[in-house]
Design a protein around this ligand. Structure first.
Ligand SMILES: [Ca+2]
Ligand SMILES: [Ca+2]
Length: 202
C-alpha cells in the first residue's frame, strides 16, 4: 500500500513536471508570435492612438511629456498629426487624412524621451507638407517640399531642441548631433524612397 502510494506520487509529479515543461514554452511561443490584441482607440489631446495596450500607454506618456515640457511642439503635433499608430516601421504618412505617424516598436520603446522627440520630428515633416499644400492649392506636393537631406537636417535640429526641452538624456542628444540628414537613405543610392522605408529597422 505504501509502495503504491509513493509510486503514484512519483508518477503524479513526473506527469505534472512534463506537462509544465511542455505547456510553459508553448504559452511563451504564443505570446511571442502574436502581439497583444489592439486596444479600443485611445486619444490624447485630440490625437488618436492605435496599437496594443503597451503601445497606447507608451504613446500617452510621450504626449503627456511633450504637453507639459514642450507646449509649442505639442501644439504643432496636435495640428499636423491626427493619428499615431503602431506599425512595423516608423514613417510619417503626411498625405493621409488625418496625417498618420506610424511607429515601430524599436522607436516607441527605446525610451519615452526618444519616442517623444521623434513625434516632434515627424510632425515637422507633416507641417512642411501641409504648408506647401496650403500655398499651392490643387497641385501635387513635391517630395523635396517635405523630405530629402535638407529637410531631414531641419527636422533633426528641431528634434534636438525638443529633446533639450523635455529633459532627454545626453546620449540621445549626442546621437542626434551625429546625424547629417542622410540617415533615411539606407541603401545609399542618394534618395529616401520606398526601398529605404522597407529596409528600416526603426
Ligand atoms: Ca535610398
Ligand atoms: Ca532609391
Amino acid at each position: 500500500m505504501n509502495l503504491m502510494k509513493s509510486r503514484f506520487s512519483i508518477l503524479f509529479w513526473f506527469g505534472l513536471a512534463v506537462c509544465m515543461g511542455i505547456v510553459m514554452p508553448a504559452i511563451h511561443a504564443r505570446q511571442t508570435l502574436h502581439p497583444m490584441p489592439p486596444s479600443p482607440p485611445s486619444h490624447y489631446g485630440g490625437i488618436e492612438i492605435r496599437g496594443d495596450a503597451k503601445f497606447v500607454i507608451q504613446t500617452r506618456a510621450a504626449l503627456i511629456l511633450l504637453d507639459q515640457k514642450a507646449p509649442a511642439a505639442f501644439e504643432k503635433i496636435q495640428t499636423y498629426v491626427g493619428m499615431i499608430e503602431q506599425g512595423e516601421h516608423s514613417g510619417m504618412w503626411a498625405w493621409e487624412t488625418p496625417p498618420r505617424y506610424e511607429v515601430g516598436d524599436a522607436t516607441a520603446f527605446f525610451s519615452v524621451t526618444w519616442y517623444a522627440s521623434t513625434i516632434a520630428h515627424d510632425a515637422t515633416h507633416s507641417e512642411l507638407y501641409a504648408q506647401y499644400q496650403a500655398a499651392h492649392p490643387n497641385q501635387p506636393v513635391p517630395e523635396d517640399a517635405y523630405g530629402g537631406v535638407e529637410v531631414e537636417r531641419f527636422c533633426i535640429g528641431y528634434q534636438l531642441d525638443v529633446s533639450k526641452q523635455i529633459g532627454a538624456p545626453q546620449s540621445e542628444m549626442d546621437y542626434l548631433s551625429t546625424l547629417d540628414g542622410t540617415h533615411c537613405d539606407l541603401d545609399h543610392d542618394g534618395d529616401c524612397d520606398w526601398d529605404d522605408y522597407q529596409n528600416r529597422n526603426w
